[in-house]
Design a protein. Sequence first.
Length: 258
Amino acid sequence: MSEPPTGEQPLGDKALGDKPLRAVRPGPLAQGRATDPYRIGVDPASPAVPTTGPSAWNIANYLTVFRLAIVPVFGWLLLADDGRSAVYRWAAFAVFVVAMVTDRIDGDLARSRGLVTNVGKVLDPIADKALVTMALIGLSAVGEVWWWVTIVVLVREWGITAVRFWVIRHGVMAAGRGGKVKTLLQTFGIGFYLMPRWVLPYPDVWEALAAISLGAAVLITVVTGVDYLHQALRLRQTSERAASKRAARAARRGGRGA
């Protein structure tokens, strides 16, 4: 078998003799796309392309953090002047719309640019729930939404978030179609309530739209909450981690019986 030409060495688990491939963070040369700094990167000093995942610090997650950061601003605008100022209410409505738009944008970016990370899957619902929590508590505090509605919705929202962490070692529970419908109805219902309806033409019509949207959202919130709980229980029973634990227990019992 002929030797490789002088100065060249075959590539294996190590490159250029004993020098290992260096770990590379995603860079601008990703897959030949100089405009995308968040995909798999290439280290010019390495003769082979290492495999890396998307960084948790990417534009989609930055937008999620931005949504979390504006929640206190939104709350202050909503509660200013006990919610009676039309100017502040329009400002709170505008911040709420911005948050909802960035929610859509960061999701589209994460999927289209390969930026989906477990960090994003956890932070995104937390940011959504923080905004909804502030909105409902604020609206109840100014006397526009019944407190029992706020309690039912928030127990479900944060309860499901706790369940996600409960099963996170078994897998990440992504939002389903029912959850997306719930979010859409919540967005419209809360948005209608945030607007100063008393300064709009036909205020009774806007009041009815707000009540119908939020009422439907509450119903779907409860139904999807039960469904997520069922999924979580099934995931804990059918995941690879659960299967490996059952196999290990069976092996220990077999060892004791031998």
